[in-house]
Design a protein around this ligand. Sequence first.
Ligand code: SAH
Length: 384
Amino acid sequence: MPGPTLLSSTPAAAFAEAHSVCAVPGLYELSREELEDLLAAEPGYRVKQVWEGLYGRAQAPSEMTELPGALRHSLSELPPALEVVSRKSADAGTTVKWLFGLHDGRMIETVLMRYGSRATVCVSTQAGCAMACSFCATGQMGFGRHLSVGEIVEQVVVARRDAAPDRVSNVVFMGMGEPLANYDRVWDSVVRMHADMGLSARHLTISTVGMVPGIRRLTQERLPVNLAVSLHAANDNLRDSLVPINRRYPLAVLVEACEEYVATTKRRLSFEWALIDGVNDRRKDAVELSRIAERLRAHVNLIPLNPTPGYQVRGSSLSRVREFRRALETLGVNVTLRSTRGADIDAACGQLSASVTAAEPRNFRVAATRPAKEASTSLKTSWS
Ligand code: SAH
């Protein structure tokens, strides 16, 4: 019978070279083949046991009681990728937001939102973001780096453990970063969530600022995940100023890629629209949006803008939000107004990490200015 093997003789750092973005990969960094290699001297069924423990049951190695103690101990040498810097809850515990530190001192955020007995997790895909959307707290920080597969997947694992016994049924890629700019790792994480964690592809939503090459790749994928496009403006002048990537992929190009996506996949597309006072909440904006939405038969999600430190314009008032929704409905558009969540926990994209960085300037590399506390008594999006 094979004795206890592996990590005592194969330190975690030995895997580092194979993983460009992750210096000391945690257990969720390993592909199944890599785990097989790691457990080569163990009986074959151990791989299945460990994999099901990690993904099916979201267990730490120490909880995998069917494993021999020495193996549990060895597996525990692979550290978690995410270290909890803070965990805040709001809305009577139905919204939880984590700030996680990564091995290199960078920080990311994850949000868990519960709805009855099921829950949605909002995951980050990059530390910071290069897209520089003017109203977005993460965009204001600039780009740090891509997250690894393990760093993305582990966010769902932590949230699942926290949500238990309720079930995490949905994952939205709407945290920090641009998912389609980190395509391969995001897609690998989608595959793991679907195949290994048992999440339905239809309950996974990738949100993009409009990275056309990524949308084209997604069009070819067989797993029917949802696609959300953060539109925010339906004419190029305004969109150029809100979402700089529009200068590279203007609306005509973006809409064409979306059209092809809808025609090929037969899936429904949704548009995100953060309502900004006097900027994109006028009747003219509703009319322009309705033309694109109608052409693509897209669903529109309205989000009242969360104030951020680097963007002075306010979110639309609730009455304007309602007026805009009514205008869209009258124009025949399918529209949802997102409910509000997490108002008192700096819940806008990137806000929590910005405030912690300023309050405790440790070694974290995410550079951001402190959002005025009073500025974050805002409405918060929920992704249901
Ligand atoms: N980069 C991707 C996903 C991350 S942002 C994207 O752009 O889709 C997730 C959503 O939050 C996007 O629709 C984004 O435009 C929106 N968002 C960013 N900052 C916001 C703010 N201050 N208020 C409301 N929504 C915001």
